[in-house]
Design a protein around this ligand. Structure first.
Ligand code: TRP
Length: 332
């Protein structure tokens, strides 16, 4: 059977090198002529955490640009906005009526906030909206609406995938066997360090931008913290942020040569130069594409409409089957 690969990207913030290596690149590597692939912008998911409309629109643009610049070809994959497929919301409601509240009570993200609130002596549901609570149901709808068979996600999403199968199974058992139970393709946790050595994250303010000018990339690499060993002094690559970053972009031979250079006492300046070259070589075509697309909002809007036009009939077909199954149908 043809694999149907589907994944969503919550549209918050601007993607950085860590997102590129951990999510964008591995997902695009799954695109192949004998698979169908669906990539979508989970903009309604973003509303859970972001109430600034400008941020929402801006992030949809940046995330779309990141994927398109990194090689997503809308002729080869379906690429659309979640909000352009209203059937997803309709399915989410139907699934809400199959999903056990107890199941959602066990969601890690929800439980973590409850635990924090309890610890600080606040009401346990402080700051929790229903969107956050039922997040996994909307995610299940995203997946089930297109009968996805394989869903590449990070390890933090494994529980949501279990819930999707659980909710779909419950629906199928109650009504009829309509929904496809998807398999999770859990991507390896790759830990990309930021410029201070901690995990790269917007909240640590340590990101290395990837949709940036050459200058900005250079500046950001210059800021990476090293120890004060001098040129000629032997250095340890295993604990070095520069080396870790370099390993994501260099070939096996280049990595081995670099290991030797550390032993031989390469200067930090030279390592930074090699790191810059390695990252820059990989993102050169991405930057070019980004520069070409970033000031063409109409082109992006057209792409979104096209994407929705292609996939919506599939969603409508499933919804009519489901309506029929639950009894929302013509009276006789
Ligand atoms: N929850 C996912 C994340 O934060 C994003 C997402 C939303 C998703 N809907 C999805 C991923 C459906 C895969 C399939 O990473």
């Amino acid at each position: 059977m043809r694999k149907r690969i589907l994944t969503g990207i919550t549209t918050t913030g601007t993607p950085h090198i860590g997102n590129y290596l951990g999510a964008i690149k591995p997902a695009l590597e799954l695109v192949a002529p004998d698979n169908d692939s669906y990539f979508f912008l989970a903009d309604y998911h973003a509303l859970i955490k972001q109430t600034d409309p400008k941020e929402i629109t801006g992030s949809v643009k940046n995330v779309a640009l990141a994927w398109l610049s990194s090689g997503l070809d809308p002729e080869q994959s379906y690429f659309y906005r979640q909000s352009d497929i209203p059937e997803v919301q309709e399915l989410a409601w139907i699934l809400n009526c199959s999903a056990a509240k107890g199941l959602l009570n066990r969601a890690h993200a929800y439980k973590a906030i409850v635990a924090e609130n309890t610890l600080s002596g606040s009401d346990e549901d402080k700051g929790i909206n229903m969107g956050l609570f039922s997040y996994p149901v909307l995610m299940a709808a995203d997946i089930l609406i297109f009968n996805a068979t394989h869903v590449p996600v990070g390890p933090d999403q494994a529980q949501h995938m279990e819930m999707t199968r659980d909710i779909a199974g419950k629906f199928n058992h109650t009504y009829s066997n309509i929904l496809t139970l998807p398999e999770a393709l859990i991507q390896n946790e790759i830990s990309v360090p930021g410029n201070d050595g901690r995990k790269m994250s917007k909240s640590y303010n340590n990101i290395i931008p990837f949709l940036s000018s050459e200058k900005a990339l250079q500046k950001s690499i210059a800021k990476i913290v090293t120890n004060s060993l001098k040129p000629g002094e032997s250095k340890d690559c295993e604990t070095c942020t520069l080396f870790k970053l370099y390993s994501f972009f260099a070939t096996a031979d280049e990595i081995n040569d670099m290991k030797q250079s550390y032993k031989d006492g390469i200067s930090w300046g030279e390592v930074k130069k090699s790191l810059f070259d390695a990252i820059n070589d990989e993102i050169l075509p991405i930057r070019e594409k980004y520069t070409e697309l970033k000031d063409q909002p109409d082109l992006l809007n057209d792409l979104f409409s096209d994407g929705a036009r292609k996939v919506r009939p599939q969603a409508q077909e499933l919804i009519s089957k489901l309506r029929e199954a639950v009894g929302i149908s013509k009276i006789v």
